[in-house]
Design a binder for this molecule. Sequence first.
Ligand SMILES: C[S@@+](CC[C@H](N)C(=O)[O-])C[C@H]1O[C@@H](n2cnc3c(N)ncnc32)[C@H](O)[C@@H]1O
Length: 217
Amino acid sequence: MPFMSSDRLAKLYDRIGSLQDTQYFYEDPAMQVLLQFGDFGSACNVYEAGCGTGRVARMLLSQVFAPSCRYLGADLSAKMVTTAHEAIAPWSPRATVVRADVTTYHPDDGPFDRVLSLFVVDLFDPQRIRAFLDRAYGALSDSGLLCIGGLAEGEGGAARLISEVWKRVHDVVPVVVGGCRPGSVIEELDRDRWRIVHVERRCSFGLCSEAAIAAKI
Ligand SMILES: C[S@@+](CC[C@H](N)C(=O)[O-])C[C@H]1O[C@@H](n2cnc3c(N)ncnc32)[C@H](O)[C@@H]1O
């Protein structure tokens, strides 16, 4: 199945970046799970891979993080980085954003006690998911938590139909669905390295997502 290359994804999100936050209706339920079980209030140093417009960062910085908690966001799209930079400016310099491909990037401000990524791994083929998870593993402190969410397959009724149609559209013209393909985040986690602390699926208007929290073994 043809996943989009990093170059194409960067160009796509440069173009549609300003529309990203209209997707909150199916993204927020996964984010709520991570917020509920990720204990972000006690975090000291958080890395967000694929931070988009900085919407999640702004909410965490204004409502959840302790006043000393540091934040680093990374995104491939120059447009997203500029937008996120503006969104988190009130919390600079403890909050920063860089332009980077999270499948190859080694953030040097670690170790981090949370690595957060929402609706990014569903853009990647299995090889790039593994590359990202390797980087996340290296960036996390020994007691840190990986907090990850993505588009999931619907299990029945309309949700199943929608995800089947979505996958077919993706496999023919991935750009139409923003390059995302429903899958399973937890299936990609190597159980010799990761212990699943919590996993939950949420569906909203027929679109399902999976959110997982995992600790290093
Ligand atoms: C669907 S958006 C999700 C944005 C944000 N996490 C949210 O939930 O609102 C996917 C984001 O991943 C970014 N992205 C795609 N491939 C990437 C890569 N290899 N490295 C870093 N960011 C990437 C895109 O530019 C885009 O901002």
